[in-house]
Design a protein around this ligand. Structure first.
Ligand code: BEZ
Ligand code: FE
Length: 279
């Protein structure tokens, strides 16, 4: 194994992982080496370029803290987040589709009763959201836990506002005995993903825009069902066909209806997949 060249090195490296006891780790690391080496050969990667690549990954790590996850953002704009969602959420077509989780979920959001206002001070046009959580047979899933979070009229999540000392535009509710839920909030608006870091540099250098179409995030959990992480997108949004993180699904687009008093309403029903599939 001396005098390895640009062709023989790949098999030699893969061979060094031959004794990996965990078969899944072995499969992943072997495939990673194969694809990384093929990539370097395909683009004829120079030493200078790889040094820049390492500096880029270093800066990405350095941008991360407990409120900011630049690696998730990088995975999102490379389409890797949505690819893994698509591969791991196959289910019957009646079920509500999943989409990207995103970096703005906060565990332990305030609990609300049905009918409450989850905006809690967030700026925006008033909006009422209602719907039902059902199973594949259309039966209500009473008590389902519903986490909702959203951006305000400036396209900002509460966690992006350093000055805020309380949660806004997020909350936890439970479906009633008929599987129904209902809350007040503000109209979700389109927003750019954070561009003040390495991901923003990549988007600028490649002439890509950072916008996400307006949406409301949901995470719905109930015993015996797969947890659903998804959004509902506003049907009138201009970015639906070029979401910066590739998360839009036709079935998740819905109209926010403008009422005579200027407020908005959204109705959307969710269908959960039973754990292990139907009986
Ligand atoms: C979000 O929808 O909150 C989001 C998803 C991916 C990247 C940035 C934000
Ligand atoms: Fe979002």
């Amino acid at each position: 194994m001396r005098n390895l060249d640009q062709h023989t090195i790949t098999q030699e490296v893969i061979g060094r992982f031959a004794d990996t006891p965990d078969p899944r780790l072995k499969e992943i690391v072997t495939s990673l080496v194969r694809h990384l080496h093929d990539f370097a050969r395909e683009v004829e990667l120079t030493e200078d370029e790889w040094a820049k690549g390492i500096a880029y990954l270093t800066a990405t790590g350095q941008k991360c803290d407990d409120k900011r996850q630049e690696f998730i953002l990088l995975s999102d704009v490379l389409g890797l987040s949505m690819l893994t969602v698509a591969m791991n959420n196959a289910k019957p077509p009646q079920c509500t589709e999943a989409t990207v989780f995103g970096p703005f979920y906060v565990e332990g959001a305030p609990h609300y009763e049905n009918g409450d206002d989850v905006a809690n001070g967030a700026a925006g046009e008033p909006c009422e959201v209602s719907g039902a959580i059902r199973d594949l047979d259309g039966q209500p899933i009473a008590g389902a836990k519903i986490d909702v979070w959203q951006a305000d009229s400036e396209g900002k999540y509460d966690v992006q506002r350093g000055e805020l000392d309380h949660p806004e535009g997020r909350g936890v509710l439970h479906a009633d005995s008929e599987g129904r839920f209902h809350f007040h909030s503000v109209l979700a608006e389109a927003y750019p993903i954070p561009t003040d870091g390495p991901v923003g540099e990549l988007l600028a250098a490649t002439r890509r825009h950072p916008w996400r179409p307006a949406h409301l995030h949901f995470r719905i959990e109930a015993p015996g069902y797969e947890t659903l992480v998804t959004h509902v997108f506003r049907s009138d949004d201009e970015w639906l066909d070029s979401d910066a993180v590739f998360g839009v699904r036709q079935s998740l687009i819905a109209p926010w209806v403008r009422r005579d008093d200027g407020s908005y309403s959204l109705t959307y029903d969710f269908v959960l997949n039973p754990v292990g599939g139907r009986g």
